[in-house]
Design a protein around this ligand. Structure first.
Ligand code: AHR
Length: 304
């Protein structure tokens, strides 16, 4: 561990405890809160010492946290990058210090794949496709869609947009008439939806890149005297409890699941990486989708 002799990654010495530095995005959504809890609980269960930092959705804070983990000579660094680009310099510092890096939840956009050992998380393009496919198959006639994007430059914002657009391309009468970032927060979703309701006539559908923004949009739709789920259909991604409750009530029409419970798999990967074992370079999480009926059935056992 970090206290071990020599201070090298996965070092020998008398101390077998693995120390992980985790640089979290923030606490922007219900999904993120569940993800953080999963990581903290899994570290504890695995006997891994966790150094945890919350970047409040700012890349510069995440870079500072990673740099400090390098200085502290942790055994492994894991992080969920707030945006895709701009990581090479700090990850190079980790590499030079022989500290392995694991990407969780979100990927980076870098040509140098030697900067990290593996990437554990969802296939966000696939999630966007599931959302688009539902719209194509469950509506008839022209559909004017407004899109609430995640934070600009984030992998899930880029990929969920891409996958959705690919699927709705199958129909000429589905059109995205407005698209703006709501930063994955409830307040952001509400604010952007209020602006859309003022500026964009005849909105049929909201496609929100996460539940929180969809829940914010519901507030804006109600305030405008319309009925969410009926006058305006809503599709979201995540399936956290608050989203599932709105889906069960019929205020959201369809949710694509994104699984935040990555903790256990992350700790297993960390143990292997620190031991110098081979790990797959990509580990994809398994996920489904929920209709209103399925949400009602799933809610009693929903953990987050
Ligand atoms: O990266 C995963 C996304 O980040 C979740 O879908 C969203 O809720 C979170 O903020």
């Amino acid at each position: 561990g970090s206290a071990g002799a020599g201070g090298g990654a996965g070092g020998g010495g008398g101390d077998d405890t693995i120390t992980m530095g985790f640089a979290q995005v923030g606490a922007e959504s219900g999904w993120r809160t569940a993800n953080t809890k999963s990581i903290q609980e899994a570290a504890e269960a695995a006997g891994i010492e966790l150094k945890f930092s919350d970047a409040q959705q700012r890349q510069e804070n995440q870079i500072k946290a990673i740099r400090s983990y390098v200085q502290q000579k942790v055994d492994v660094i894991a992080f969920s990058p707030v945006v895709e680009t701009g990581w090479d310099p700090v990850l190079l510092e980790a590499k030079r210090a022989n500290i392995p890096v694991i990407l969780t939840d979100r990927a980076i956009d870098s040509e140098d794949t030697s900067l990290y050992k593996t990437f554990l998380g969802s296939d966000f393009v696939e999630e966007g496709k599931k959302a688009g496919k539902w719209l194509v198959e469950n509506t008839t006639g022209p559909q004017r869609v407004v899109e609430l994007q995640g934070n600009t430059g984030a992998a899930p914002a880029i990929d969920r947009k891409k996958g959705f657009e690919e699927e709705i391309g199958a129909r000429d009468d589905i059109e995205i008439v407005a698209s703006q970032p709501g930063d994955f927060t409830r307040a952001g979703g509400k604010q952007v939806m209020e602006a859309f309701l003022r500026s964009t006539p005849n909105i049929d559908v909201v496609y929100a890149h996460n539940d929180d923004m969809g829940l914010g949009a519901i507030e804006a739709i109600k305030a405008a005297g319309k009925v969410p789920g009926k006058d305006i259909k809503i599709i979201t991604v995540d399936a956290v409890k608050a989203g599932m409750e709105a889906l069960a009530k019929g205020e959201i029409n369809f949710i694509v699941e994104c699984n935040p419970l990555l903790g256990e798999q992350l700790m297993e990967l960390a143990e292997k990486v620190v031991a110098g074992e081979e790990v797959p370079t990509r580990v994809v999480t398994e996920e489904g989708t929920f209709t209103s009926e399925q949400a009602k059935a799933a809610l009693p056992d929903r953990k987050y």
